[in-house]
Write a protein that binds this ligand. Structure first.
Ligand code: NAG
Ligand code: NAG
Ligand code: NAG
Ligand code: NAG
Ligand code: NAG
Ligand code: NAG
Ligand code: NAG
Ligand code: NAG
Ligand code: NAG
Length: 779
């Protein structure tokens, strides 16, 4: 009504408004056109003027007739590759291709795999297919089988495969028949020393005047040769006229790249060694080892027995090792000699010569301590222990160092001193250098007198290897499982609030499942007075609010069979197994699960760390949280926990938090099922302790560590990563310990409970202060 009235009263005004709007719509484009026109005119006028003025024949004139006005190429945005090497075009050095066959792959190729594969960057075996052979049973990486079984064509199939797949990735390609032993150390030495040059067709000539290389002796091709073969493979196949692979390959390369086989390049000469077909390598090695031609050969062929590969490999490996040790000795001598000429250097000469000098402390806090030890114990292992026994490994280590020291003295005094006893020693670990020892030893001389010796020993670090770890991303969804008992309701509500802030508001990829543990005598799921009603309501309302983001909070109810007289306190310690067994049914096998409890404070950083540290089939992650001390003792009032030694500590005994993939859990769970039966329904919980013998303390570990224990002991292929985690913080919650039962396990559980309770009370200084206060009050 109001609107109609308004229209009626203002008819003329509205009419005027509409007309005004229409005219403006009609006129604006016209006006704009006008203005454009005038600008254009001005421009053309200006141009004419310029042409008039200069009138130069050489004045460039742009001819736009018939030319597209827009740039045809849309500039592509540059996608940065994952590795620098891809962008810079850096290639790997050497790819070894072994021409094998279905009859010899199981013997020769495997021997080559065992003697070469771990040294080279890449090795590929080429063969013909065979129905009898199951390739996946061989356990060899990179076997390529061609359906075409004509052996004459095999090299060309191989070339085609290499060109299609590896041309961009390697500088050199080494091709060899699988009946040749490859002295890879020598081969790599040669390849390392020749620079990447154009068109290298390198190997041993078939005979003196031949233009082609011998395939049995191995052929080294540069990347450029392979590239030029790319367009000529068809020609090569059409023009095969020999039964010999060497000649066919040679002709092909000659045609494609116009190069012939050479055996010398940049001072490196290539040679192979041809042993007699039926010679016994094991026997003849004693003669062969004296021949330089044999010792310098890159390949040795033909190898008629698999064993010969290994015999030759042992020989050449040993020789290589000797030569390396010789080189080290020489280098040391050179360092010594040079430093003699420069006293400055001599002062700084490290011992052992050439090793890392070790850490130089900047302040007194950086000094690495020498730790005193005797043959049985180690003193001051850490800040909390005075004396402790050596572990087995430490004992072995000491024995090993001792053996070497005694041997050294024996050599030095040519047996004049006899080892009597080990008195004591010091050791120091320096992560930039290795382990240093000082041993105090007693010897007896020929007159039966005691002679004391002090010996310093250094065990330097070896070559550092980079561990290869499967690739993971930060995109995985985290499924948090949060068990809640009656006493945890308040903290669980707090957790939900926190979860909303950390995960839902920030759109983390996550999912929360509450596992509600009902006690049989309390109002249950269908009752009005459901003990978890508040939690459920909160979960529902949050799920509703964040429905758009596909964020959900669900719950799973488990009824604890506590009314049965079979239920004991030991069951309580195994509930995590039941919770996970029942909850994980709702997840797919490749879900990432994080089991936690509600007394925690979480940060987004930590969630990403879970994603990075948990790797399917490889690693599970158990963070060591920062736990708050009792606020009554620390007088800490704030609601959040800061990382500070007066407020809490990293609690290494806390095993409550662990992340893993469902599949890994299933496998480990199966392995432990004979001790802890699987739980399929709530009633099965009673069966959890079926195989736990309360009088055997070996069962104690699984009760105290639970899931962590399962992964530690029953998942041999998984790594268990434990690490301090500053962004997982645990609120103090009071633990009550009650004595239950008189069996061994119950006693141990009680002791542990008391220990944990006390461990988490406060720092040593805070506790001692309280004790002193108490004493002064009482006395
Ligand atoms: C390798 O060489 C041996 C002996 O010269 C020959 O019998 C065999 O067929 C060759 N293998 C391949 C795959 O060319
Ligand atoms: C072949 O070598 C690779 C790499 O060193 C190794 O993983 C594999 O187990 C070897 N296979 C056999 C059958 O020796
Ligand atoms: C080959 O061996 C694998 C594993 O040993 C097996 O799974 C596969 O069925 C076998 N294939 C054939 C064709 O026998
Ligand atoms: C040797 O050590 C001294 C200090 O101890 C240092 O000033 C000097 O630079 C060192 N010389 C060399 C060659 O490292
Ligand atoms: C340790 O050394 C003492 C003498 O210093 C010797 O009596 C004792 O037997 C040694 N113990 C072991 C386990 O070697
Ligand atoms: C060290 O081992 C001995 C027996 O080898 C044992 O009697 C002693 O209690 C152990 N000491 C500690 C601190 O564990
Ligand atoms: C040390 O030498 C003893 C006897 O010579 C020997 O029994 C022991 O195995 C050696 N220990 C190590 C670690 O080499
Ligand atoms: C702190 O002390 C008060 C009273 O002394 C007690 O009621 C409370 O439970 C204590 N809090 C903790 C966390 O121990
Ligand atoms: C527990 O184990 C027993 C025998 O091992 C079995 O008969 C029973 O079905 C299992 N489940 C429950 C709930 O007791």
């Amino acid at each position: 009504m109001i609107i109609i009235n308004f229209i009626r009263q203002n008819t003329y005004f509205l009419l005027g408004l509409i007309i005004g709007l229409l005219t403006s719509l009609v006129f604006i484009p016209l006006l704009e056109n006008d203005s454009k026109l005038s600008v254009l005119n001005e421009n053309s006028y200006g141009e004419q003027k310029v042409i008039h003025k200069v009138k130069d024949d050489y004045e460039p004139q742009i001819n736009l007739a018939g030319k597209p006005l827009k740039a045809q190429k849309v500039p592509q945005s540059f996608v940065r590759p994952r590795y620098f090497s891809t962008e810079l075009g850096i290639k790997e050095k050497l790819l070894v291709s072994v021409l094998s066959s279905s009859t010899s792959i199981e013997s020769n190729a495997i021997a080559i795999n065992k003697t070469v594969a771990h040294l080279t960057e890449k090795i590929i075996y080429f063969m013909d297919t065979s129905t009898k052979l199951n390739i996946s049973k061989l356990n060899m990486p990179d076997i390529v089988a061609f359906i075409d079984s004509r052996h004459i064509l095999k090299p060309f199939h191989m070339f085609k495969y290499l060109i299609d797949n590896y041309l961009q990735e390697f500088d050199y390609f080494f091709i060899v028949n699988d009946s040749s032993y490859i002295n890879f150390r020598k081969l790599y030495n040669i390849v390392r020393k020749i620079s990447v040059r154009e068109n290298l067709y390198y190997g041993e000539k078939i005979d003196k005047n031949s233009l082609y290389c011998n395939l049995n002796a191995g052929i080294l091709l540069s990347n450029s040769i392979l590239k030029s073969l790319a367009n000529n493979i068809d020609w090569c196949i059409k023009n095969i006229d020999s039964d010999s692979n060497d000649i066919n390959i040679g002709r092909c390369i000659l045609h494609a790249a116009n190069v012939q086989c050479i055996s010398d390049s940049m001072g490196q000469s290539y040679s192979s060694f041809n042993i007699f077909h039926n010679s016994n390598v094991n026997y003849e090695l004693q003669y062969l080892r004296k021949q330089p031609l044999f010792n310098n050969a890159v390949t040795i062929y033909p190898i008629i027995k698999e064993d010969y590969f290994y015999i030759l490999h042992t020989y050449f490996t040993k020789k290589g090792l000797e030569s390396d040790l010789g080189t080290i000795k020489e280098l040391k001598k050179t360092i010594e000699k040079t430093s003699g000429k420069y006293p400055d250097l001599l002062r700084n000469l490290t011992w052992p010569i050439g090793e890392q000098p070790g850490n130089v402390p900047l302040t007194r806090f950086d000094i690495l301590p020498w730790k005193y030890f005797t043959n049985t114990s180690l003193y001051l292992r850490d800040e909390f222990t005075t004396v402790s026994n050596h572990t087995d490994v430490e004992l072995k280590d000491i024995q090993y160092v001792l053996n070497h020291s005694v041997e050294f003295i024996n050599n030095k005094y040519s047996g004049m001193l006899k080892f009597e006893q080990f008195i004591s020693g010091y050791k120091k670990i320096d992560l930039s250098r290795g382990m240093d020892y000082i041993l105090h030893l007693d010897f007896r001389n020929l007159k039966n007198e005691l002679v004391s010796k002090r010996i310093q020993v250094c065990k330097p670090l070896g070559k550092i290897d980079i561990l290869k770890i499967p690739y993971v991303t930060e995109n995985t969804r985290i499924n948090i499982i949060l068990p809640v008992q009656l006493r945890d309701v308040d903290s669980a509500l707090h957790y939900l609030q926190q979860y909303k802030k950390i995960c839902m508001d920030k759109k983390e990829k996550s999912f929360l499942m509450l596992v509600l543990l009902y006690e049989p005598h309390l109002p249950g799921k269908d009752s009005k007075h459901d003990i978890f009603k508040k939690l459920k309501d909160k979960a529902l309302s949050l799920s509703k609010d964040f429905k758009r983001d596909n964020h959900k909070i669900t719950w799973l109810s488990i009824k604890l069979p506590k009314n049965s007289n079979r239920y004991t306190h030991v069951h309580d310690h195994l509930l995590n197994f039941a919770i996970l067994d029942l909850a994980l049914k709702k997840f797919s096998v490749d879900s990432l699960i994080f089991l936690t409890n509600s007394y925690t404070e979480v940060y987004n950083d930590f969630l990403n760390r879970i994603r990075m540290n948990t790797i399917q089939g490889y690693q599970v992650f158990s963070p060591i949280p920062f736990s708050e001390y009792s606020p009554n003792i620390t007088q800490h009032k704030s609601a959040t926990i800061d990382i500070n030694k007066n407020i809490g500590h990293f609690n290494v005994y806390n095993h409550d938090h662990i992340s893993f993939y469902v599949k890994d859990y299933m496998i480990a769970r199966n392995n432990i099922a004979h001790d802890i039966p699987q739980v399929h329904k709530d009633k099965d919980i009673l069966n959890l302790t079926q195989h736990i013998n309360l009088y055997e303390s070996k069962h104690f570990d699984v009760l105290s560590e639970n899931i962590v224990y399962m992964f530690r002991v029953h998942a041999p292929t998984l790594h268990l990563l434990k690490g301090t985690e500053p962004n997982l913080r645990v609120y103090y919650s009071h633990i009550t310990c009650t004595k239950q039962g008189h069996d061994i396990i119950s006693k141990e559980l009680y002791e542990r409970c008391v220990f944990l309770r006390n461990y988490n009370l406060g720092s040593r200084s805070q506790l001692s202060k309280i004790v002193l206060q108490y004493i002064s009050k009482v006395f």
